[in-house]
Every structure is written in C-alpha cells, then in structure tokens.
Design a protein around this ligand. Structure first.
Ligand SMILES: [Mg+2]
Length: 355
C-alpha cells in the first residue's frame, strides 16, 4: 500500500464497543468452553453472569489476539506488509507468555515463525477459527477496499486453508457494516460478502450464510439453526461451524448484545470464541454503553484489563505517531502462570457430576 497514514476509523464508540464487546463475550463464554449444550446448564447454570471464578470473569486468547491486531494495525500506519510483520512479532512473544488453551494450528504456526519461516509462509493448513476470532476489529477500523488484504495477511500467518480466510472475511465485513449502520438486512450482508469473496471455494460458506438468513426469516432461534446443521453437541472450532452460528446470532439480535451472547453460549462447544466474535460485531454497533454494566465490571483480569482496553481504543482514534499501549511479556507470563491452577480446577470440576 502507498498510504502512509493511519486508516481513518469510524469513531471511538465503535472501536471501544468492538474491543469491549469481544472481551466481555470471551469472559462470559469462557467457563462454558468445551461443555456440551445439554450439560452446561446443569453444570454451570445459565450464561447470565460471570461464572469463572466466584462471579468474576477473565479473558482468553480471543481478546488478546483482537487487541494485538489493533496494536499492529496502529503500529503499521496503513502498510499491510508492516502490519503482518508486526503481528507476527506480537504473536511470537504472546506464545512465550504460555497462554492456556492455544489453538493447535496457531501454536504450530507461531513455532514456525520462531524457527524463521517468513510470515507469509508460517500458516499451517487448517480451517480453525483463529483468524475469524481476531478479524472483527479490522472490519471496524478499515475502509471497505482495504479489508480483504489486511484480513488475508492476518489469516495466513497462522492458517493457510482458504476457508479460514473466508470465515475471517465474513466476520470483518459483518463488523464493518455493524459499526456503520443501525440495522443490516441479511440480504445486504450476503450481497457484500459474495462481492468480496470471488473464489469458488467460498461457495460453501455463502451457502451456510444463505441458510442462516433463511432461518432468521423463519424466526428460528440460533440454537434451532445450530441443531439443523447437526451441531447437537456444540459448535466446534472449525471455522465453517463457528462463523455461520455467530452470523445468525448477530443478524437476529443486532442491537441486543445480551441476548446474542446468551444464544451462542447456549449452542455450546467453543463458547468463548463464538461469544467473543458475536460480541465484537454487536459491540461495534451498540458501543460500550450497550453492553451490560455488570458484565463489564465483573472482569478482574491483569495486566490486560477493561481500562487498558479503553486506553487502546482511545489510542486508535489519535493521530499517527502517538503512543500505542503495550503490555510487558513478564507481567503476562506471571498472569498466565497464576491462571493455570484455575484452568486445572475447571478441568477437574468437569470430571465430576452432574453429567
Ligand atoms: Mg479463547
């Protein structure tokens, strides 16, 4: 790209809403990750509050990656090659902090980066939802004509299967529309998506989105749509499961953050990621004030916190050259080591009834 200035973002509300919406969805969904939709209500109760640690919530990789994408976008000043290089560097150091529950393809790709593979060739052939979970913020920040190239270089860092890119585009374009207009019709969204995905290998995704829109027109709940696709044991991390479910919940509840998050979590499976994705899209439309207050104040994480996220969102509206908030590697490593017993406790809890 020729441009040497930061892309003009829409406004602080949309950016802060996307980041906070991702973070809150991630934290509310995290205790439900990997639990089947049938067992979750008996084991944990309904997804109406934080349930990870005595009524408090913590973040996972979905929030961290979304923040890293925005940091890299700001650092790159509109240059797509610099953006990819910067994001590769941030991902490398992120893995050193020993994050829990890293996606397999993402971890393998980052190890390849450490071994010296160049960023355009570090991705492994996987259609996991890693690129989709970090792409809403790109749609919020970038003008339409730049979204595809930035989503592409972000996706190929970790996942080389074109499906991973298509799914990430579906999320970025949803967030792009949500940040810019009050209401989006399913047909309008589908038209934009088919226009941006020329590749014939995207047809499967377009069919799934078409089915999601038909289900909405039929007043089907997200859970009913989920069941109709055969995901009775929960939504997997396969991008063509994660993305259609998230798009359904967004189109059905565009201005109702709480209902959308609860609906995708009730579908079970990779609940932190589906909730983070839907939360990022709807958050960019409703802004931070449209997100339940108790869900925001119930997050007690460190060093990545809700106030740090607010500072990052503010930095995104500043002139290029202003400082970008960062988090130190040692502090994040300490946090993750402290977080580990909690992950193990949840693991053991799941071995016990009710099943
Ligand atoms: Mg996660």
């Amino acid at each position: 790209m020729e441009s040497n200035s930061r892309p003009t973002p829409p406004n602080l509300d949309a950016i802060a809403g996307c980041l906070t919406g991702t973070a809150v969805g991630d934290a509310i969904g995290l205790p439900y990750e990997g639990v089947s939709p049938r067992r979750a209500p008996r084991l944990l109760g309904p997804p109406d509050r934080h349930r990870l640690l005595f009524g408090r919530g913590l973040f996972s990789d979905d929030t961290e990656h979304t923040c890293m994408v925005l940091q890299s976008l700001l650092a790159a000043n509109g240059d797509v090659t610099n953006f990819q290089r910067d994001l590769a560097r941030r991902l490398r150091w992120w893995l050193i902090t020993l994050p829990a529950g890293t996606g397999r393809a993402t971890a393998q790709a980052i190890l390849k980066l450490w071994l010296g593979f160049p960023p355009p060739r570090s991705g492994v052939f996987s259609a996991g939802n890693g690129p989709a979970m970090r792409s809403a913020i790109l749609g919020v920040m970038l003008p339409l004509e730049q979204i595809s190239q930035f989503v592409k270089v972000s996706s190929e860092l970790t996942h080389s299967d074109p499906k991973a890119f298509h799914g990430a585009m579906a999320i970025a374009l949803a967030a792009h529309l949500a940040a810019r207009q009050q209401w989006v019709t399913g047909d309008e969204y589908l038209a934009l998506l088919s226009d941006q995905l020329h590749d014939t290998s995207a047809e499967e995704l377009l069919t799934l989105i078409t089915q999601a829109i038909a289900a909405i027109n039929n007043y089907d709940s997200t859970q009913a749509y989920c069941d109709s696709l055969g995901m009775t044991r929960g939504v997997s991390g396969y991008v063509y499961q994660t993305v259609p479910i998230s798009i359904h919940a967004w189109l059905r509840h565009q201005s109702d953050y709480r209902s959308a998050i609860q609906d995708v979590i009730r579908c079970g499976g990779d609940a932190d990621t589906t909730a983070a994705i839907v939360g990022g899209i709807i958050g960019s439309s409703v802004g931070p004030h449209g997100i339940p207050e108790g869900w925001k104040t119930g997050i007690v994480d460190w060093p990545l916190s809700t106030s740090w996220i607010d500072r990052l969102a503010e930095a995104a509206t500043m002139e290029s050259g202003s400082s970008i908030p960062t988090l130190s590697v040692p502090s994040r490593l300490i946090r993750n080591l402290l977080f580990l017993p909690l992950v193990l406790a949840h693991g053991f809890r799941r071995l016990a009834p009710p099943y």
